[in-house]
Design a protein around this ligand. Structure first.
Ligand SMILES: C[S@@+](CC[C@H](N)C(=O)[O-])C[C@H]1O[C@@H](n2cnc3c(N)ncnc32)[C@H](O)[C@@H]1O
Length: 282
């Protein structure tokens, strides 16, 4: 395939249960728990004892539910949205005990305020950068109109710092970022522009937004994830910029050797965002 690195394999699809399982501990360590605490405080000031209703958009196998449910107060009912029925099925069966959950299989970008009626919290993790500007605008409008609190975790920022440095780091990083912003089937993905776009969209609806950094910090304890991430990162960069293909195999060999010696450290920038409806009591 043009643009593919000769011996650098792009995982068939990054959204496989294996990939999600591999990244789950790093995601859990990275998410901004202070935003979850702030959301929890907001929920504690709500009137009534009815279970809170949480929609997890792009739930995958349920990583966000496993991380967030225990941080929120009281009884909870989760609606798990994903277009992949196999992932939703796994998610429904692995939320913490005491949480009720139901599957919502389909395209989440069509959700509107009427469908969000009765929802207390909309959340998502590692989703926003896969959406377009129009889709983020509609999502923010729907959440604002329905009066939901919204916690959007782990949107890529485009910042990638590798230690030790290598002369080709910046070329691969720039090509990867461009790939994140690519157009697929007429949809231009936001990639690293997602978090600022979402914050601006909520702001246009008068909803206060708090942002927090949530970088992956990978090192000697994360070699399997580092290796898989490196392969996907390089394959995406090469797909976008085929002139990098000849350099990729030796770059990968150097980086895998760094990782095997326990010397490779990578900080992958992410941002979390919490939007609370007017009257934020926390
Ligand atoms: C990177 S995965 C993240 C999964 C999970 N939130 C996590 O943190 O492990 C993104 C998920 O969003 C889902 N997804 C992406 N775009 C979607 C859309 N338009 N409608 C429904 N699901 C979508 C994918 O199927 C995938 O499961």
């Amino acid at each position: 395939m043009p643009g593919r690195c000769a011996d650098v394999s792009l995982p068939g699809s990054p959204v496989t249960p294996d990939w999600l399982a591999l990244r789950e501990p790093a995601d859990a360590a990275a998410r901004a728990s202070d935003l979850a605490d702030r959301l929890s405080g907001w929920l504690r000031h709500r009137a009534g004892d009815a279970p809170i209703v949480v929609r997890d958009l792009g739930c995958g196998t349920g990583s966000m539910g496993r991380w967030l449910a225990g941080r929120l107060p009281g009884p909870q009912h989760w609606l798990l949205h994903d277009r992949d029925p196999d992932l939703v099925d796994r998610a429904v069966h692995t939320l913490p005990a005491g949480i009720t959950a139901e599957p919502q299989v389909g395209d989440l970008t069509t959700l509107d305020a009427a469908q969000l009626a009765g929802t207390t919290v909309v959340t998502a993790s590692a989703l926003l950068d896969l959406l377009t500007a129009d889709e983020v605008e509609r999502l923010a409008a729907a959440c604002a109109t329905a009066g939901c609190a919204t916690l959007l975790a782990l949107s890529v920022t485009g910042s990638v710092l590798l230690t030790p440095t290598d002369p080709f780091d910046s070329a691969f990083a720039a090509a990867f970022d461009a790939h994140q912003r690519r157009t697929i089937d007429g949809r231009r993905l936001l990639g690293p522009d997602a978090a600022p776009a979402a914050a601006a969209a909520f702001g246009r609806h008068g909803v206060a937004v708090v942002r927090a950094p949530s970088p992956w910090r990978l090192g000697a304890d994360d070699v399997p994830l580092l290796e898989q991430w490196l392969r996907g990162w390089l394959a995406a960069a090469c797909e976008h910029r085929p002139s990098l293909v000849p350099e990729a195999p030796s770059y990968l060999r150097r980086r895998l050797a760094d990782a095997a010696r326990g010397e490779l450290r990578v900080v992958v920038g992410h941002a979390d965002l919490l939007a609370l409806p007017a009257g934020d009591p926390s």
